[in-house]
Write a protein that binds this ligand. Structure first.
Ligand SMILES: [Zn+2]
Length: 357
């Protein structure tokens, strides 16, 4: 890949700057990276937690719709930042195993294993189900600064967090029973309380740092991981693959939410992210490890990818140049070494991937 090539040779300074291009379909390309950073930046993009749940924010309209099912006490706590009186909540003494979800939107917030007896009169937990499922907001309403906890998906008020909890975290998440819904272990969770049923796709288009970074930013993509695919050797490492000869291509495994983004849309993004007319190379990165390839996870993806390539080949988009992208069924995918993951997000920079259009 270009950046690594530069380090290796110390020679010609050649950077091809990535120019963001918006796919002209219905989805807009977001400006920031994946995960909570988007949320913190106030960008309204649906994000996902590491444990695979859709986060927020929900639209105001959806919150209003969900709120129709609340009692007046629940509405007061969740939507008006109210606090129930100590020892009056239904979940203070609950010791059963299970999970506590947001009363409004169903996002899992606390596992029963993190509940402890605080003696305060409110359900207390020492850690959330997933740190991305709760948001901390500075609360100065009572005169002294406190940290309010709200649901990361629907932004409802849940309670506060204090630094006088037990080990291992030393935190006390002091919640209102009215903000929570409890599901005992073994009971069936509703769809909104279950993780997304993610689908997988694999794309190879030159430098995996770049392809991974681009896919991380596509709405509906849960995660993208750099790795190796399509070769003959088990457990290949970067050194072997970069020398060529193992048959692997630098490949990105994309976990996506089919309810938010379709496979054909991912194919369109893929062709925006690299130049599919370059055979066994992308810019200065030369070798079959940089080939353009789609590894289909199933027959449906295989058909969709073939159809897509035919459509692209017969269009005028690439000025009559032949599409070099190979399509085959996915074999085993090997994750690349840790230092290759999220490389652009951690280090910035851009590796040389050209758009073919
Ligand atoms: Zn919620």
């Amino acid at each position: 890949m270009g950046y690594k090539l530069l380090i290796a040779t110390g020679g010609l300074v050649l950077f091809v700057l990535y120019v963001s291009q918006s796919y002209s379909g219905s989805e807009q390309h977001p400006k920031s990276t994946n995960g909570s950073s988007r949320q913190d930046a106030g960008i309204d993009v649906l994000t996902y937690s590491e444990s695979g749940y859709r986060l927020g924010p929900l639209s105001q309209e959806r919150v209003r719709e969900l709120a129709k099912g609340l009692s007046s006490e629940e509405r007061h706590v969740l939507l008006e930042e109210g606090t129930e009186r100590a020892f009056t909540g239904s979940l203070v003494e609950n010791k059963a195993k299970g999970v506590y979800t947001c009363r409004l939107c169903g996002l899992p917030l606390y596992d029963a294993g993190a509940k402890f007896k605080s003696g305060t009169g409110w359900p207390s937990f020492f850690q959330p189900f997933d740190s991305a499922h709760v948001r901390e907001v500075l609360d100065k309403k009572s005169g002294t600064a406190r940290t309010e906890i709200e649901c990361a998906r629907c932004r409802s008020h849940l309670g506060h967090v204090f630094e006088d909890g037990p080990r291992p975290t030393g935190l006390r998440y002091c919640m209102n029973s009215a903000s929570l819904k409890f599901y005992a272990k073994g009971s069936e969770l509703p769809a909104e309380s279950r993780p997304v049923e993610a689908a997988t796709a694999y794309f190879a288009g030159g430098c995996f740092w770049g392809i991974e970074d681009r896919f991380q930013q596509v709405p509906g993509v849960i995660d993208a991981v750099s790795g190796y695919q399509g070769g003959q050797v088990a457990n290949p490492g970067y050194k072997e693959v970069s020398k060529g000869g193992t048959g692997h291509a630098e490949t990105v495994r994309v976990a996506f939410d089919p309810g938010r983004v379709s496979y054909p849309t991912l194919l369109k993004w893929f062709f925006k992210f690299h130049d599919p007319t370059q055979k066994n190379r992308q810019g200065p990165d030369i070798g079959e490890q940089y080939r353009s390839a789609i590894f289909a996870a199933d027959d449906k993806q295989l058909d969709a990818a073939k159809t897509f390539i035919q459509e692209q080949a017969s269009s005028t988009k690439f000025g009559g140049r032949t599409i070099a992208t190979l399509v085959e069924r996915a074999g085993q995918f090997f994750e690349a070494e840790e230092y290759h993951q999220d490389y652009h997000a951690k280090h910035g920079g851009s590796c040389s991937i050209d758009s073919g259009e």
